[in-house]
Design a protein around this ligand. Structure first.
Ligand SMILES: *Cc1c(COP(=O)(O)O)cnc(C)c1O
Length: 227
């Protein structure tokens, strides 16, 4: 059986999430998005067997390949940068976590309007302005929130962030708290923005303490990635 200790790992993680949630006091619902990138479809099946319903992939092509290889009932979440020539595939995903530019927003909106649907998206914020990571600067978000109200094909469900790997606890906490504040700005503009996608294997407990509703976990579930 692939990933034989996944059940034990999840039991531990779920316990840690519950503790972090009560320490944080935000009383939010927290869901795990199991990040299966670089792993085979067996990781998706194993996660589903352990009660996980949300699968995260950061590349469209890899995700589509896995979708075609399994019929297990999961939601696919796109968590990596969506290239403009792949926008036509976005409808295969339950949620786009990485809405990272106005141009991409306009294209996803056009696609959604043409296909008569509303696409659930999260606004990716780059809180510390790291050049290597995508997303909007926090100073831009209020304007972006306004602009997105004019895109009927998008359902803005919340905010997403990726913290730097090397950040210390105080910095992480600041980044996650700022992302939570971005969520309030999105709601003030009228969006149903109740989700905060933040926290990965190394920082999910701090993220949950700061209000995360979706934690994106890869390594801690499935082990080190091949690439
Ligand atoms: C790979 C990835 C993750 C998972 O990272 P781990 O440290 O393995 O948990 C989360 N979010 C995004 C956007 C990723 O690309």
């Amino acid at each position: 059986m692939p990933f034989p200790d996944l059940g034990d790992r999840l039991a531990e993680i779920r316990g840690r999430i519950a503790s972090a949630r009560s320490r944080g006091g935000h009383e939010q619902r927290v869901e795990i998005v199991a990040v299966t990138k670089t792993h085979g479809v067996d990781a998706v099946v194993a996660a589903r067997e352990q009660g996980i319903r949300r699968i995260g992939e950061n590349r469209v092509q890899e995700a589509l390949a896995k979708m075609s290889q399994t019929t297990v009932d999961v939601e696919w979440h796109l968590i990596g940068h969506l290239q403009r020539n792949k926008v036509k595939h976005v409808g295969n995903f339950a949620m786009l976590h990485s809405l990272d530019s106005e141009r991409l927003a306009a294209e996803v909106n056009d696609f959604a309007v043409r296909s008569e649907r509303r696409m659930p998206v999260l606004v990716q914020v780059n809180v510390v302005g790291e050049g290597t990571k995508g997303g909007f600067a926090t100073a831009e978000v209020k304007q972006v929130a306004e602009d997105l109200t004019r895109m009927p094909g998008l359902e803005v469900r919340g905010a997403m962030t990726m913290a730097p790997y090397e950040a210390d606890e105080a910095t992480l906490r600041g980044i996650f708290a700022k992302t939570r504040e971005v969520g309030t700005w999105l709601r003030a503009a009228g969006h149903p923005a109740t989700e905060l996608s933040m926290g990965m294997s190394g920082d999910y407990e701090i993220a949950v303490e700061e209000g995360a509703t979706l934690v994106r976990l890869g390594t801690i579930l499935f082990g080190a990635r091949a690439t």
